[in-house]
Write a protein that binds this ligand. Structure first.
Ligand code: ADP
Ligand code: MG
Length: 248
């Protein structure tokens, strides 16, 4: 079967910096695929290329066999390819519910739902997603008053409002306390298993990766250094050396 996402030989330069060099990776339907690599190895750049944030220099990116590397963010999001950010992006002065309502692809629908007295479909979906991410008791709370981990849950909820088929998560557990990390792992496994959502996850924490991913790619200096099961990657000499070498 065609992979849901196929990245082939993608190179992306910023001036003299080669952020990604001939990167290839595949994300099968229904999988959770991991992406690791030291800081500056090109992980976020690859996400930005996949979701159409910037054009690639060479290579191809196919979603369900369809070339998408010339499309931009809105067109790619409409196909069901959505990302979250390394730096959490929620609207602090809005409630959790409002954050979800303004995250729908057609924002006017969300705004209408916010102003309307009766609950249209988008409102029902927002309530369902608040329950799914475990924030139903915080519906009317300002996002700025949530803990950092809860903001991460909210951000995943905001991405889910777009009804993604492939969700790209950029370091979802970074800076999150251990208890909340367990909640995040449970949520990601749940949306994968129950909603059938395919995930590509950037994550430094190998313990988290072990619990989540079936297959892991490791980037170093913009190139794929290794790929395999989480256990194979954790034991891979070159991967260990890339991480040790990256430490100050
Ligand atoms: P990672 O997410 O693995 O830490 P990044 O993809 O953010 O790595 O960065 C890879 C390299 O590309 C770094 O050298 C970084 O400085 C560079 N880079 C990333 N984005 C830009 C940009 N918009 N302009 C210039 N250089 C960039
Ligand atoms: Mg990054």
């Amino acid at each position: 079967m065609t992979d849901l996402l196929a990245v082939r030989d993608v190179t992306k330069r910023f001036g003299g910096v080669v952020a990604n060099h001939s990167v290839s990776l595949a994300v099968p339907h229904g999988a959770i695929v991991g992406l690791i690599g030291p800081n500056g190895s090109g992980k976020t750049t690859l996400f930005n290329s996949i979701v159409g944030y910037h054009p690639i220099d060479t290579g191809s990116i196919a979603f369900e066999g369809r070339e998408i590397s010339r499309l931009r963010v809105p067109g790619i999001a409409r196909l069901g390819l959505v990302r979250t950010f390394q730096q959490t992006r929620v609207f602090n002065k809005m409630t959790c519910l409002q954050n979800l309502l303004v995250s729908v692809p057609h924002v006017h629908e969300g705004l209408a739902a916010m102003c309307a007295g009766q609950p249209p479909a988008v409102m029902a979906r927002a309530s369902e997603i608040l329950r799914l991410v475990g924030l139903q008791e915080h519906t009317e709370q300002h996002a700025g008053d949530l803990s950092f981990g809860q903001q991460k849950l909210l951000e995943i909820g905001m991405a889910l409002m777009n009804e993604p088929r492939l969700l790209l998560l950029d370091e979802p557990t970074a800076g999150v306390n251990p208890v909340m990390i367990e909640s995040l792992i449970a949520l990601l496994r749940d949306i994968n298993a129950r909603l059938g959502l395919t995930l590509l996850v950037i994550e430094h924490n190998m313990r988290v990766m072990m619990q989540l991913a079936g297959h892991v790619y490791c980037l170093a200096h913009g190139e794929v250094l290794a790929q395999g099961s989480p256990a194979q990657i954790a034991a891979n000499r070159a991967v260990i050396e890339a991480y040790l070498g990256a430490q100050p």
